[in-house]
Design a protein around this ligand. Structure first.
Ligand code: PMV
Length: 328
């Protein structure tokens, strides 16, 4: 009744931006990401002890954070079809900074894998992906390593909305993602609220959905050929389009800071000089640079020259996995 799992975060190359079902976290479009090592979150779940208790990074979780964890475990209980009792959850990330890079994807993926194992359910990436999606959408892409595609699905119950691994981490060992932390502050508008506002008020939203879905097979093709330039160009235009859609919301939503734009400008200049580097940008000001092993040090230098407070160099990460050692 006790299990521990480790999972890595992921960064989308084709972003997920907008839900068609807020409760089940079903997206309007498919998305595609790369799972990143060495960053990870480890989570231990034990059923049948005391009262429900959730500790995240040394703090007792409260409010919506706690509810999201307990809701996911409620779904584990329903799948287990047996009395499991209260759950104790302890989760710890090894992320070097608090708000720079979202740890929620890795956290919910680790929780889903550990929760299912603690309940005695068999390892099943599809079921774990569906389960982790209930915590945070992007988490469904962190159950497996390498390049994962979250297929939007069609069903109203969400049973066909999960991530599948397209290429494992060994497919492209040379690819790198370099996270540039320009700002450690909490973002003003959480992804969850920002995407809802965009769906509800941006006249560009339908075009975003159509375009993002169309890019998925192209992204897959570029990854299969390990074509960094084609993938870089695709991932930049997809990030711009997500942000353009948000900027067109009413009132407008802008996650970019002046520092973000300065870095992008500098990156373009370096690219003109022959450096293979592209960027993507989640719902915040911190760009993630896409490059190869030969240029990761130069990409870090580029980020630092543009005022990055911290830089994390990442390689393709593996599947979420069970660990023999527990956190309590
Ligand atoms: O899964 P959430 O609710 O953290 O939303 C993630 C949204 C983006 O990071 C902006 C895009 C993505 O696909 O990860």
């Amino acid at each position: 009744m006790k299990a521990t799992a480790l999972a890595h975060p992921n960064i989308a190359l084709v972003k997920y931006w907008g839900k068609r079902d807020d409760a089940l976290i079903l997206p309007h479009q498919s998305s595609l990401s790369l799972t990143l090592s060495p960053l990870s979150v480890t989570t231990t779940v034990e059923f049948g002890v005391g009262n429900d208790a959730v500790e995240l990074n040394g703090h007792t979780a409260r409010g919506s954070e706690r509810e999201r964890v307990l809701r996911l475990l409620e779904s584990v209980r329903a799948s287990a079809k047996k009395e499991l009792g209260p759950a104790k959850v302890v989760s710890r990330g090894d992320f070097p900074m608090a708000a720079g890079l979202a740890s929620s994807a890795a956290g919910f993926a680790a929780l889903a894998v550990a929760g299912r194992a603690a309940a005695g359910l068999l390892a099943d990436p599809r079921a774990a992906s569906i389960l982790s999606r209930l915590g945070s959408g992007s988490a469904c892409r962190s159950v497996q390593g390498g390049f994962c595609e979250w297929q939007r699905g069609e069903r109203a119950d969400g049973e066909d909305s999960f991530a599948v691994q397209r290429f494992d981490a060994a497919h492209w060992p040379d690819v790198r993602m370099v996270v540039a932390i320009l700002d450690r502050g909490e973002k003003e508008v959480k992804s969850r609220d920002g995407m809802k506002h965009t769906v509800d008020t941006s006249p560009y939203y339908p075009a975003w959905v159509q375009d993002a879905e169309k890019e998925i097979p192209h992204a897959r093709e570029h990854i299969s050929r390990r074509d960094l330039q084609a993938l870089g160009e695709l991932c930049e235009r997809n990030a711009w389009r997500m942000h353009a859609t948000s900027m067109a919301a009413n009132p407008p939503l802008c996650y970019l800071s002046s520092g973000t734009l300065a870095l992008i400008q500098h990156l373009r200049e370096q690219r003109k000089k022959g450096m293979p580097v592209w960027f993507t940008l989640d719902a915040g000001p911190n760009p993630v640079l896409l490059t190869d092993a030969a240029h990761e040090v130069a990409a870090e230098a580029l980020a630092r020259a543009c005022g990055a407070l911290d830089v994390v160099r990442c390689v393709p990460g593996g599947d979420a996995e069970l660990k023999a050692e527990h956190l309590f």
